[in-house]
Write a protein that binds this ligand. Structure first.
Ligand code: MCF
Ligand code: ZN
Length: 329
């Protein structure tokens, strides 16, 4: 695969969503939990549409029940990412799944994941940072709990706060308290918007939640004034083209607006979102973008630089990663 060794920076990856289906099947068997309905006959994750995807995600996640399970998951995910040339990665983590929102329990999950991340940095040369994410369809009350967990564990590893889940449920302003709490604790902010919601959803995430990055954000393309505003303000879009194509938002890679957004001056980046669910990985994303839009090494280098600039890690970490981009290998 041509782009496999190219050094990559990934900003948008859900940890459970990156779990290989065989890994989840193995855990289910160990724990004698029957989740066969989430797999098709080839053993891949199976879902009909976006809302069903969210349900399947949660059933698959139900077999991850302890800090040790999350340590194993983190190891598997980082090995996979490193194999695809990722040298820096930010992953979405949810205290809702890791300890049910209890801060003490969350701390145990976090330290298990962080320990594995430290090992992977030494062994596989991949640096991981965490973005605590509240889940929109779980509602504002649970989001507060997630924000409190985030505020309590902000540091070198937990550097951001965000929101994901069903964009059809509630409004960004319902989550104001959580985002204010996270901001005051010193966390950087991102929000999923402009995926299943239109341009107005992006506008509201920016004005109400005051985020600096948008997860997806691609439907901004339906409002060129908004596109120009994103470009002017330097808002970074965490684009996940393979995810959008797999979930049916766009019929093909060529129809994905990433190239149009970029051509109009928007800062775009490329990530996998939930790679095994969408039959993708960072190498495939690069391959498909090269095929669809003729992107070459200098285009990918620019995208990677944009992603590193927008990363939520501290400046020392950024400088270290930057050096590795300058002298790959
Ligand atoms: O980006 C994709 C599709 N759009 C919205 N949300 C999600 C995506 N992948 C996972 N999510 C959500 C989902 O609700 O994030 C949560 C899942 O439960 C996990 S965050 C660690
Ligand atoms: Zn996502």
């Amino acid at each position: 695969m041509r782009w496999q060794a190219f050094p990559k920076v990934e900003l948008h990856l859900h940890l459970e969503g990156a779990a290989p289906s065989a890994f989840i099947r193995g855990l289910a068997a160990e724990k004698h939990v029957d989740i066969h309905k989430v797999f098709d006959q080839d053993g891949n994750y199976a879902f009909r549409d976006f809302v069903h995807f969210l349900q399947v995600y949660e059933v698959a996640t139900s077999v991850l029940q302890s800090p040790e399970d999350y340590a194993r998951l983190t190891r598997a995910v980082l090995e996979q990412s490193a194999e695809n040339g990722v040298i820096y990665c930010e992953t979405f983590l949810s205290p809702d799944f890791c300890g049910g929102g209890d801060v003490a329990a969350w701390r145990e999950y976090l330290s298990a994941m962080q320990e594995v991340a430290t090992q992977a940095e030494a062994k596989d040369g991949i640096t991981l940072r965490g973005i605590i994410t509240c889940i929109r369809h779980f509602g504002p009350e649970q989001a507060r709990t997630a924000a409190l967990c985030a505020a309590d564990t902000v540091g070198d590893f937990i550097t951001g706060f965000g929101i994901a889940g069903d964009e059809g449920k509630g409004r960004p302003r319902d989550f104001l308290w959580s985002f204010d709490c996270a901001r005051e604790a010193g966390l950087r902010l991102t929000a999923h918007a402009g995926e299943w919601g239109g341009p107005q959803s992006v506008r509201e995430a920016l004005s109400d939640l005051r985020v600096e990055r948008i997860g997806h954000g691609v439907r901004a393309i339906e409002d060129l004034a908004l596109v120009d505003e994103l470009a002017e303000r330097g808002v970074v879009l965490e684009c996940c083209p393979g995810s959008n194509v797999a979930l049916g938002l766009y019929p093909s890679w060529q129809d994905h607006p990433i190239e149009k957004l970029r051509a109009r001056g928007v800062k775009v980046t490329v990530s996998t979102d939930d790679p095994p669910f969408f039959h993708t990985d960072m190498t495939r994303e690069f391959d498909e973008l090269a095929r669809a839009f003729g992107w070459q090494a200098e285009d990918f280098a620019e995208i990677t630089r944009t992603a590193l600039d927008a990363a939520f890690c501290d400046e020392d970490t950024k400088a270290r990663i930057e050096k590795r981009l300058e002298t790959p290998g």
